[in-house]
Ligand binder design. Structure first.
Ligand code: WTA
Length: 661
C-alpha cells in the first residue's frame, strides 16, 4: 500500500485530469494514502469517525466493531438510527426539501420529478399503510415492482417502520418469486398491476397471483398493488388492495422506527455455487454508511450533480446506488423505467443530454450492446448527442474489457471523464476495489485499488498472500461495515461460503479470482472461481439451472451447465443434456431445445434461458463419475479438445455434444 506509482506504468494509463483532481473530494494520491494509513492504524477509529460524520444517529454508538461472534461481525451495535430518516427527513431539515430527489423517466419518455419533501410525504403515507395492516419491526415484505418512484418509496417505507424488505427482480418467474417469498416468510407483497418496458406491457400482479398458489406462501396476508398501466388485473378480496386508495387515507407524517444499527435493513437473494439462491442479509447502520460514503468518494457526488445509475432496484446496485446511497447524501438522481434500446439505442445518450446527467453508472453488457448498435446505425452513436454535462463514468457487474472501456471513455466521456471500474458484490454492500476519480490513474481492465479501509488481498489456497503478478484468490482480510451479516435462515451456509475452513475462518472469500499488477499493485478481477455464471451482469448458479432442467422429469435424465465467453453478455449459458429418450437431431432437437429453454424461463426467469443446448447419450465423466466440466467448457467454446480424454467412458459422446441447438 505504501508503494508509490513507479514510472514504468503501462502506456495506456489515464491520469486524472487537473479539473477532476481540483474538484474531487479526495484529491491526489497522498490524500488516498493518508486515508488508507488512518484505516490501517486504527480501523475502529477510522470507521467510527466516518459513521459519526455521515450518519445521523438517534442514539450514538459507543463501540465500533464487535468481533465476539466472528465471523458474525457487528458494527455500531448499540447505536440506533433509521435509514429512511437519514435519506429523507435529514435532507428536508437541512433545507433541501424542495430539491429534486428523483427525476423519473418512464418508458414512453414522460418525466416526473419529485422533491425530497414530497418523497418523504409519500414514504410516510406508504409506511402508515403498512403499519395500519399490522406490518412492523422485523416483518418481511417482498417487493416485486419495476423501476419507478413507487419502487423506491416501497423500499424506504419498509425501512421507515423497521420492516425488512426483499426486492425480487421483476424479470424473475413465479417460481423464483415463490421461493423467495417462502424463504423470507413475508407477510406482505408489494407489486404493481403491470410493468412497461420497451413499449410492451408485462405482468407483475398476475405473476404474484401465480406464485402465491404454488405453495409455501401462507405467511402472506396482504398484496398491495400500485397502478401503473391501469390494465385489468384480477383481485382477490380481502388479500389484495390498491396502494393508492389506502395511502390517500393516511397522514403524510410517520415517526421513524429507531432501530439498532445491526437491525436487518434488507434481504436480497443471489446465486451461489450450490443449492437455492441465498438471502444475503444486510444491517442498517454499516450498510448505510458505506452507501453514503462511496457516493461521496467514488462518485464524488455533490449538490449540483445529477446522478444516474441504470441498474434495476431488483439488484444490489439498485439498492445501494438508487434506493439508499444518493438519497442519504441528498443528491439528485435519474430513475429510468425502460430499456436502453427503446425507442432506439440512443436512449441512454438522449437521457444524459436531456437531464444533464453528470455522473453515469452502468454495466459493461449495456455498453457492449450499445457499441454494436452504434456500429450498425450511426444515428444512435453517442457523438450525435450533447454529453458535455458528464464528468464521471462508472462500470459495474462484470469485468469491462479494455475495448469497451476505451469506447466508453472516448465516445461517451469525450476523453474527459474518468471511467471507474467498480468491483463489488451483493454481499459487500458497496464498492470494494475501485478507482477514486481525483486520485487514481486508470488502466482499462483494472478496478485498480481497494477503497480506503478495505483490506483486499490475493492469496493462495492456504491463505498466504501472493506476490504481485501472481494470480490467486481474492479475499478481504478485515471486516468492514457494509459486509453481509448472514444468510437468512442459514448461518452455517454463511460461514461455509464466506469464511471457510481453508482460511481458518479468518478471511472473507469473495468467490472471485484476482491478480495484482507487478508495478502498480492494481487489481484485475479474473472471474469467478466457483460455479457462478455472470450473464449480462446477472449472477446465476450453474446448479440452479441444472436443477431446473432435471426437474423436467419425464424428459431430462441429466444436465450440466457451464458458461462460455460471449462478446455482448460477457458469458452465455450452455446446457449439456441427456434425455430420457433417443438422441434427437435436426428439427426435433431444435424443438426440444426450445421446450427446455422455455421451461428454464418459467422456472427461474428469462435471463437464465440457455443460449446453447447440446444433447448427448451421456455426459463426459471421469472413472470416478465426476462430470468433466473443463471439457464441457472447451466444447461450449467450440474449441478443439486437447484435454486427456482417455478416461472417458464413451468418447463418441464428444461428437454428439459438439452440436449446439
Ligand atoms: C462480478 C454486483 C469484474 C464478480 C455489484 C462479483 C465484477 C459479482 C465487477 C458480483 C467488476 C462485479 N469487475 N467483475 N467491476 N463487479 N463483478 O452480487 O464476479 O450481482 O463476484 O454484485 O460480479 O455480482 P453481484
Amino acid at each position: 500500500m505504501e508503494q508509490t506509482l513507479s514510472p514504468a506504468l503501462p502506456a495506456t494509463l489515464y491520469p486524472p485530469s487537473e479539473a477532476t483532481v481540483q474538484r474531487a473530494r479526495i484529491s491526489g494520491r497522498a490524500a488516498y494514502d493518508r486515508l488508507v494509513a488512518e484505516a490501517e492504524a486504527d480501523p475502529d477509529a477510522y470507521w467510527g469517525r466516518l459513521a459519526r460524520e455521515l450518519i445521523a444517529w438517534k442514539q450514538p454508538f459507543t463501540q465500533v466493531l464487535d468481533q465476539r461472534r466472528a465471523p458474525f461481525f457487528e458494527w455500531f451495535a448499540d447505536g440506533t438510527l433509521n435509514a429512511s430518516y437519514n435519506c429523507l427527513d435529514r435532507q428536508v431539515e437541512n433545507g433541501l426539501g424542495e430539491k429534486t430527489a428523483i427525476v423519473f423517466e418512464a418508458d414512453d419518455g414522460a418525466v416526473t420529478r419529485i422533491s425530497y419533501q414530497d418523497l418523504l410525504a409519500r414514504v410516510c403515507r406508504t409506511a402508515n399503510v403498512l403499519k395500519s395492516l399490522g406490518v412492523g419491526r422485523g416483518d418481511r415484505v417482498v417487493i416485486y415492482m419495476a423501476m419507478s418512484i413507487d419502487g423506491v418509496v416501497a423500499m424506504q417505507a419498509c425501512a421507515r417502520i423497521g420492516a425488512i424488505h426483499s426486492v425480487v427482480f421483476g424479470g424473475f418467474s413465479a417460481q423464483s418469486l415463490r421461493d423467495r417469498i417462502a424463504d423470507t416468510g413475508a407477510v406482505m407483497v408489494l407489486t404493481a398491476d403491470q410493468q412497461v418496458r420497451g413499449g410492451k406491457q408485462l405482468p407483475l400482479k398476475a405473476i404474484v397471483d401465480e406464485a402465491l398458489v404454488l405453495g409455501g406462501c401462507d405467511s402472506v396476508r396482504h398484496v398491495l398493488v400500485t397502478r401503473r398501466t391501469g390494465g385489468a388485473v384480477p383481485f382477490q378480496a380481502p388479500r389484495d388492495q390498491w396502494m393508492a386508495d389506502l395511502a390517500a387515507a393516511q397522514p403524510p407524517t410517520c415517526e421513524p422506527e429507531w432501530v439498532n444499527a445491526e437491525h436487518p435493513l434488507f434481504l436480497l437473494y443471489t446465486s451461489g455455487s450450490t443449492g437455492k439462491p441465498k438471502g444475503v442479509q444486510h444491517a442498517t447502520g454499516g450498510y448505510l454508511l458505506h452507501a453514503a460514503l462511496t457516493c461521496q468518494w467514488t462518485f464524488d457526488l455533490g449538490p449540483e450533480d445529477v446522478f444516474w445509475c441504470t441498474a434495476d432496484i431488483g439488484w444490489v446496485t439498485g439498492h445501494t446506488y438508487i434506493a439508499y446511497g444518493p438519497l442519504a447524501i441528498g443528491a439528485t438522481q435519474v430513475v429510468f423505467e425502460g430499456v436502453p434500446t427503446y425507442p432506439d439505442a440512443g436512449r441512454f445518450w438522449k437521457m444524459i443530454q436531456d437531464h444533464k446527467v453528470s455522473v453515469f453508472y452502468t454495466a459493461p453488457t449495456a455498453i457492449r450492446s450499445l457499441i454494436k448498435m452504434a456500429e450498425g446505425n450511426d444515428a444512435v452513436h453517442p457523438r450525435h448527442y450533447d454529453l458535455s454535462s458528464l464528468r464521471i463514468l462508472g462500470s459495474v457487474g462484470e469485468p469491462i474489457n479494455p475495448a469497451a472501456w476505451e469506447w466508453y471513455h472516448r465516445h461517451v466521456g469525450g476523453g474527459r471523464c474518468p471511467v471507474l471500474d467498480t468491483f463489488w458484490q451483493t454481499e459487500t454492500g458497496g464498492h470494494m476495489i475501485t478507482p477514486l476519480p481525483g486520485v487514481t490513474p486508470l488502466v482499462p481492465g483494472s478496478c485498480t485499488l481497494p477503497f480506503p479501509g478495505i483490506d483486499a488481498a490475493v492469496v493462495d489456497e492456504a491463505g498466504n498472500e501472493l506476490p504481485w503478478g501472481q494470480g490467486g484468490i481474492l479475499v478481504v482480510r478485515k471486516p468492514w461495515p457494509s459486509m453481509i451479516r448472514t444468510i437468512w435462515n442459514d448461518p452455517e451456509r454463511f460461514k461455509a461460503s464466506y469464511y471457510p475452513e481453508e482460511f481458518q475462518g479468518r478471511y472473507y472469500l469473495a468467490g472471485d479470482g484476482a491478480i495484482r499488477d507487478k508495478t502498480t499493485g492494481y487489481f484485475t478481477i479474473t472471474g469467478r472461481i466457483d460455479d457462478v455464471l455472470n450473464v449480462s451482469g446477472h449472477r446465476m448458479g450453474t446448479m440452479e439451472i441444472e436443477s431446473a432442467l432435471v426437474a423436467m422429469t419425464d424428459l431430462v435424465a441429466e444436465a450440466a451447465v457451464v458458461g462460455r465467453p460471449d462478446d455482448t453478455t460477457g458469458e452465455a449459458v450452455c446446457a449439456f443434456v441427456v434425455l430420457k429418450r433417443p438422441l434427437p437431431s435436426g428439427d426435433e432437437a431444435r424443438r426440444i431445445a426450445d421446450q427446455l429453454r422455455n421451461w428454464v424461463g418459467k422456472e427461474i426467469g428469462p435471463i437464465a434461458k440457455p443460449r446453447d443446448i447440446r444433447f448427448g447419450d451421456n455426459l463426459p465423466k471421469t472413472r470416478s463419475g465426476k462430470i468433466m466440466r473443463r471439457l464441457l467448457r472447451t466444447l461450449a467454446k467450440g474449441e478443439a479438445v486437447t484435454q486427456d480424454v482417455s478416461t472417458l467412458e464413451n468418447p463418441a459422446v464428444l461428437e454428439q455434444l459438439g452440436q449446439p441447438y
